[in-house]
Design a protein. Sequence first.
Length: 102
Amino acid sequence: MLGLWERPSSGFAVQHLAFEVSEKDMEQAVKQLLDNGIKIHNFLNEDNKRPMVFGWMPAISIYFPDPDGHELEIIATLPDKPRPDVGIVSWDDWKNIANSNK
């Protein structure tokens, strides 16, 4: 359940909400956002439309604003072993790292 209340702009606080999808659905989610004209960015705030992987989790994510300016995130947990040593990397780089460990 999500409760929403209207507030005056002086009482407005930007929130961050994350929605989990499967790794398989991440590409489709990015495509749907772009097809609907929604501006997306990665964790480093790069406007390159490519999700990034947090190596310590590992999980892949992409961000976009809602019409009120809240930060929304689509995130997918990856089945690979955590790699905190790699930090935050592109999804392509992560795939190479994960495949080299198999």
